[in-house]
Design a protein around this ligand. Structure first.
Ligand SMILES: [Mg+2]
Length: 148
């Protein structure tokens, strides 16, 4: 795990606050209390493992049911947010979109785990499929005439 400079600074500040007994807000720092939770780099494999921490203890059937419904709901939240940006005059808030896309990713990861699939394999297979389908990038004509 790598800490950014800002986080290292926060950690130092927080250690000082701990030594002096000052009250601190751990939601923004990387003190010893929450250092383990600060993540600045992520792989598909690590994400899939981390997502399991909050996946509960459902059997496979109920995982598929719960998580597929959750995926549809979160995809709807992404669409609804973009509708507000595109049609209702809301400003694009990247943090808001990031959170909603993260919710989608969580459900994709947990569904993949339930099916014993690796997210990285899914990503690779998807890119390979798209390279085969559109070797020169997306092409409307190829999309229209696509057979598979
Ligand atoms: Mg959401």
């Amino acid at each position: 795990m790598m800490l950014s400079k800002a986080q290292q600074h926060d950690l130092k500040e927080c250690e000082t606050m701990m030594e002096t007994g000052e009250e601190k807000d751990c939601s923004l720092c990387s003190c010893n209390g929450c250092l383990a939770d600060v993540i600045t780099e992520m792989s598909f494999e690590k994400y899939q493992l981390e997502a399991e921490r909050t996946a509960g203890s459902l059997d496979d059937r109920n995982r598929f049911l719960n998580f597929s419904m959750g995926l549809a709901g979160e995809a709807g939240e992404v669409v609804d947010y973009l509708k507000k940006v595109l049609w209702h005059g809301h400003e694009m808030d990247q943090d808001k979109l990031k959170k909603e896309l993260g919710d989608v990713l969580w459900y994709v990861a947990t569904i993949a785990t339930t099916a014993d699939l690796d997210l990285s394999e899914i990503a690779i297979a998807n890119i390979e499929k798209l390279k085969k389908r559109y070797p020169e990038g997306f092409d409307e004509e190829k999309s229209i005439k696509r057979t598979e």
